[in-house]
Design a protein. Sequence first.
Length: 391
Amino acid sequence: MNLPMLAARNALRNRFRTILTVVGVAVAILAFVSLRTVLDAWDLAIESSAKDRLASRNKTSWVVPVPKKYLDKVRVELADEGLTAASYGTWFGAKDPTHKDLFFATISAEAKSLFDVYDEMIVPEADKQAFIGDRTGALIGDALARQTGWKVGQRVTLQGTIYPGLWSYTIRGIYGAKRRSLDRGIFFFHDEYLQEKLPDHRRGNIGWLILRVADAKKGSEISRRVDELFTGSDIETFTQSEKAMNLSFMATFSAVLKAIDVVSLVILAIMTLILGNTIAMGVRERTNEYGVLRAIGFRPRHLVGFVAGESLTIGFLGGGLGLALSYPIVTLGMGRWLEENMSGFFPIFHVTPKTYATAMLLALGLAAVAAAWPAVGAARLRITDALRRVD
């Protein structure tokens, strides 16, 4: 039997304590993987944005509307400059009284052009035409349909928030998506239905323009041209790519993301302390044995190897268990639920190979760090002092 095997066997001498430590390490690694996957999913949500889609909003803020007539001007002026489709949307803000805790996007839009700017949308042609032809019709994502149980042809009533009151719609279609760039949890409805119920002073305004371009590489140039059209107007615009728009939106959550990042590191620090305490207790219990080993010719480096090997064994077992649990819990459990119910924020949610590798390397690296002080203490033991100690 060689030294590494002896070191590994030492970790199993107090099995109950070792099992508890391994479980503690596994929980820490599982928590780390979960939190890092949240951060990765945010990045993937941004990267999955449509490359050929732009958004043009009020230069002041997202919450300030722009005149609806801007859409017609953009269509005319940029028709020969690479603009392939144009539409608009307005954040409506409403809740389903029967699902009070359910959050979903409600957007009023121009029905006919909606399918041009969101070319990844999959809707049966009959349902598409039914939606376009019904002023009170609604089009919902398949993820939202699963959450609410709504069916095509069903009449639903929403409680307005930004636009107060009760608003009734008929579900005319349920859409899917070819790509992950489209949130499958949106409730779309006709903007004309919204406009006719508004007071005169609020009519004729929309939330933002949605534009598609023929060449994504010319997106910045077309964005500049759109803004130039309204420079000097009472209401100026700010146009950016969908990716940049998502980045600016998610920047509002920067404090939360930073906190998640910090918490993931704190969890690893706690894991290191727990593992270090276990190794220190083991070294103390075996002080007399280390004295015997030194007396029969083992060198200090051999004792360091014993201690480090024991710590690495526990770190490896705990890290492996944590990673094994992360697939069913994070990827299959949390991931599938989030992709189905919060696809706008997490269109892709799974543990990446990079996260797996990082977590295991950290488990082993921090196990080595946890063993450092106990290993140095074992190496510095004087033979006579070690042989006298009896616990």
